[in-house]
Structures are given as C-alpha cells and as structure tokens.
Ligand binder design. Structure first.
Ligand code: NAI
Ligand code: MG
Length: 359
C-alpha cells in the first residue's frame, strides 16, 4: 500500500532543510519504498498566502497523510501580529491538537564525533543515547479552568494540572514499548511528593509494569531528574513524563548534546500517524544563507521510517549514512571544530545522499 507523506517546509530555514530531507525520502522511494510525497503550507508562509497559519487545505492533507515532515515555523516577520491566533506557532499547535499527537519522542544522542561540542565533559556525554517521552496534549498546558482574575482585591493567575488514568496509561504504554526495543530501562519522572496528579501518574505506571516484565521501571522526582541529567546523563535509557516536565527536561537534555542542529523528534497519535520535525526552530538569524544544518531534519525522516512507516532498515541506513559523513569530517558551521571541513546545507545533503547510496 502506498503511504502518503506530507512535507510542510514552514518558515525561515525550514524550506532549506526540508529540501535536503526530501532528497533522502526520494532516494528511499527510488530504492523501493512505496510512498507518495505531497507538499503544503504551514506557519508564517501559510499566513502570507491564506491568512491562516493552518489553512483548511493543509489540515485536510495532514489528516490524509500517514506521516508529516515539518521544517520549522515562526520568525520576526510575524511576531508583531496582534491576533495571536494567526501566529505561525498556532499552526503547529493546531496540527498537534487536530491529529491527537499525544506522544512526543525526543531523543538526545551525542555522536562520538561531536562529544566535544557539549557543555559537559566529553566523557560524561560520549555515547549518550536517551529517549525522552513527553505527553503532549494534556496536563497543565491544557487543563481547565485557567485564567487571570480578580480575587480579594488583587489579580490571581491559575492553571489546572490534570491527567486522567487513560491519558497516563496511553503515554505509559508508548514509553514501555520503546524501552522494550531499547535498553529495557524506563524512568518515570513525577513530583509525587507534592502533586496528587503525579501520585496517580506513578500508580498507573506501577500498574502497567507487570505487563512489561523485561523492562525495569524506576521513578524519580523531577527536581532530582534535572540534577541527574546534568550530573550523569548516561544513567538514563527511556524517560517518560508529563507535558510541562517533559518540555523542560527535553530541552535540557537536547543541550547536553551540544548540537541542536542534530536532534530529531516525533509526535505520534493512537493510530501511529506521526509528525516528524527537528527540535530546533526556524533560525531566522541564518535563514536564506544556505548554512543551516539539515541533519536534524534528515534524522527526523529516519524516525518517520521507523515509527510511522515500519521501515527500520531504511531508518538505520539513513542514520548510518549520517554517521559516515560525520566520520569523514564534514560539518555545517554550527557543529564545525578544528580539523573538520565546513560545508553548506546542500553540500551536507549531497554527502548524506552519497553515503546512503553507497551502503
Ligand atoms: P532556533 O532553534 O530557531 O535557533 C536557536 C539558535 O540555534 C540560533 O542561533 C540558530 O541559528 C541556531 N540553529 C537552530 N537550528 C539550526 C540549524 N539547523 N543549523 C544551524 N543552526 C541552527 O530558536 P529561536 O531562535 O528561539 O527561535 C526562532 C524562531 O523559531 C521563533 O520564531 C520561534 O518561535 C521558532 N521556533 C519554532 C519551533 C518549531 O517550529 N518547532 C521550535 C522553536 C522555535
Ligand atoms: Mg520547549
């Protein structure tokens, strides 16, 4: 069956990096991967064309797709829009919400060739390979009631931190299953010493554990998890947590690797449909210069092949090609160091493609 892939380049460096990732997709297609590739507009570029960051035509294409590859959205050009619903970032939130993308997978991987780019000592991060699973459609970011109102003569702001058992269970299952396929260790992060909602979280994780007897489940309070991530990050395999804790911990973990331009991500829904995108933003400071690192987006294609299309061989092949290019000393400016060769966005794409073809 032909699978449908929707490519949404977005804004800033988005079109430059997705162009390189699309070449890899096309190479997979040429080697027998049965896919159909379509493009669409999202974010600021969609606003400019349709007056909406997520036009109905894009949403329809997204719903019909088996997987979506997104570049990045946003930029100073749209930051002054007064109607907040028109901001490019709303395009992303709209996709997550409409497609029910509740499971955000954020790997933090340090390539041995890039360990010196980390802010931590190379020996602490060399070979680092963590997967953070963040719940993406619930928790305090969406809980009701919320607002700012006057109470007793002053204004108060409030949000609601809420998770149902079924929401916890479905994200828990994603994490347990990932742990089964990786290092078989799962650390669930909560604040069960203070917050009732995370007492329930911990209970549900414990209840699921016997169904995954090969996975060793542990629990950690979020403050300690933050400390442990910067003290000894290699102790972790898979981590699972709620929306807000996951937002913060995954950004911290990403920076441990020292190269935001290298990190892919996946957001999945219950039917396995997924949106794949680099962790970084639209990098307006370097947009249009042809120097952006396309590897996070290319590695997002590998995640797509693994998690939505069930094509682990193609996925590994892309990852191996990226490793080969790094071994050869090729670097975009953001990851360049002494003794490496600095290349442009498209030269990096050329090199990965050549390495992919040679495998
Ligand atoms: P950013 O990730 O776009 O940039 C941070 C720094 O990293 C910049 O110096 C940039 O040049 C560099 N950088 C990022 N990606 C790179 C790449 N592939 N190659 C080389 N260097 C790279 O984050 P920032 O500056 O906070 O946000 C810029 C815009 O992106 C904003 O409008 C923001 O809202 C949006 N954004 C969009 C996201 C998305 O589409 N998922 C996520 C984060 C931010
Ligand atoms: Mg964040």
């Amino acid at each position: 069956m032909t699978r449908k892939i929707l490519v949404l380049p977005g804004d800033g460096i988005g079109p430059e990096i997705t162009a390189q990732a699309s070449r890899i997709l096309a190479a997979c297609q040429a080697r027998g991967l049965d896919i159909e590739i379509e493009e669409g507009l999202v974010g600021g570029s969609a606003y400019d064309e349709h007056g909406e960051p997520l036009p109905a035509v894009t949403l329809d294409k997204a719903k019909a797709a088996d997987a979506i590859l997104l570049g990045a959205v946003g930029g100073p050009k749209w930051d002054k829009l007064e109607d907040l619903t028109k901001r490019p970032e709303k395009g992303l939130l709209g996709l997550r919400k409409n497609l029910g993308l509740f499971a955000n997978l954020r790997p933090a991987i340090t390539y041995p060739q890039l360990a010196s780019a980390s802010s931590l000592k190379p020996e602490l991060v060399a070979g680092l390979d963590i997967m953070i699973v963040r719940e993406l459609t619930g928790g305090i970011y969406f809980g009701q009631p919320r607002g700012i109102e006057a109470r007793d003569g002053q204004r108060v702001g409030f949000n609601t931190y809420i998770y149902s058992e079924s929401e916890i269970e479905r994200i828990g299952r994603v994490a347990f299953e990932l742990a089964q396929k990786r290092g078989k260790r799962l650390c669930s992060v909560d604040k069960a010493n203070v917050l009732e909602v995370t007492i329930l979280w911990r209970e549900v994780m414990e209840r699921l554990a016997p169904e995954y007897p090969d996975v060793e489940l542990s629990h950690m309070y979020v403050d300690n998890a933050a400390m442990q991530l910067v003290r000894a990050p290699k102790q972790f395999d898979v981590m699972v947590t709620g929306n807000m804790f996951g937002d913060i911990l995954s950004d911290a973990a990403a920076m441990l690797t020292g190269s935001i331009g290298m990190l892919p991500s996946a957001s999945l829904n219950e039917s396995g449909q997924g949106m794949y995108e680099p962790c970084h933003g639209s990098a307006p400071d370097i947009a249009g210069k042809g120097i952006a690192n396309p590897l996070a987006t290319i590695l997002s294609v590998a995640m797509m092949l693994r998690y939505s299309l069930g094509e682990p061989e193609f996925a590994s092949r892309i990852e191996t090609a990226v490793g080969k290019v790094l071994d050869d000393g090729l670097r975009t400016a953001d990851i360049a160091s002494e003794g490496t060769r600095t290349v442009s966005t498209s030269e990096m794409g050329d090199a990965v493609l050549a390495a992919f073809e040679a495998l």
